[in-house]
Design a protein around this ligand. Structure first.
Ligand SMILES: [Fe+2]
Ligand SMILES: [Fe+2]
Length: 205
C-alpha cells in the first residue's frame, strides 16, 4: 500500500480545505464554502486555462496547411476585429478551433461547450455547427452543388451567420502572408467574456 499523496496547494492562502476525503461526507456548510471559493477560483483562473489551451498549439507543425491552428485562430480573430465585429464575436473567432488538436472530429462541439455559457445562442450554434458548414468542396469539383451536410439547416435562423463565418473568416484564414494581431491583443477580450455570469447549461441545442 502506498502512502497517501500530499494535498495540492490551495489557490488562496487564506482559503480552507474541505477536510474530508469523500464528497458523500460533505455537509451543507462544506458545500457553501466550496461554492464561495469555487466562484472566485473560476472567475480568476478560467480565462488563463482557456488561453493555455490555445497557446499549447503555438509551435505545432501542420499536416499540410501553410499555417498551424494557432495562427489560423489568430488570423480569424484579426479578420473579425478588422471588420468591426463585437468583442464576443472576435473571441468566438479566436477560439472556434481551440479544440482542433485534441478533439479534431468534434472540435466544433468542443468550442461550443467551452464558450456556450458566455455567448449568444447564435454564436453557440455557429461554433457547434461550423464544421458541417466547412464543406471542403474542391475548387475543381465537377459537381459543386451536390447535397452538402449543411443543406439540412437551410432556413435555420443561425445558418446565415454560420455560413458567413465559415466563408469569410474561417476557410480563408490559412494565409501565411496575412498579418495577424498577437494573442496579447485579444487576451483582455477573452478575460472579459469569461468574466460574464455563465448561463445555464444547454443540452438540447
Ligand atoms: Fe473548425
Ligand atoms: Fe477554423
Amino acid at each position: 500500500m502506498t502512502s497517501p499523496a500530499g494535498r495540492s496547494p490551495l489557490y488562496k492562502a487564506d482559503w480552507d480545505y474541505i477536510d474530508k476525503t469523500d464528497l458523500f461526507a460533505f455537509t451543507r456548510a462544506d458545500y457553501a464554502k466550496l461554492g464561495r471559493q469555487r466562484e472566485v477560483y473560476y472567475r480568476e483562473r478560467q480565462a488563463d486555462a482557456v488561453l493555455s489551451l490555445l497557446t499549447a498549439g503555438e509551435h505545432e507543425p501542420t499536416f499540410g496547411y501553410q499555417v498551424n491552428n494557432y495562427q489560423h485562430c489568430l488570423q480569424s480573430a484579426t479578420m473579425l476585429h478588422a471588420e468591426g465585429f463585437d468583442e464576443e464575436t472576435v473571441v468566438v473567432g479566436l477560439l472556434h478551433d481551440v479544440g482542433f488538436l485534441a478533439c479534431p472530429d468534434r472540435h466544433g462541439a468542443f468550442a461550443a461547450e467551452l464558450l456556450g455559457g458566455f455567448v449568444s445562442d447564435e454564436n453557440y450554434w455557429m461554433l457547434r455547427h461550423h464544421q458541417a458548414f466547412a464543406t471542403f468542396v474542391a475548387a475543381d469539383d465537377e459537381e459543386p452543388d451536390r447535397e452538402l451536410p449543411w443543406h439540412k439547416w437551410r432556413g435555420h435562423p443561425f445558418a446565415g451567420w454560420t455560413s458567413t463565418f465559415v466563408n469569410q473568416f474561417d476557410q480563408n484564414a490559412v494565409d501565411p502572408s496575412h498579418p495577424s494581431l498577437p494573442l496579447e491583443f485579444f487576451e483582455s477580450m477573452v478575460r472579459r467574456i469569461f468574466s460574464r455570469s455563465p448561463r445555464p447549461l444547454r443540452l438540447d441545442a
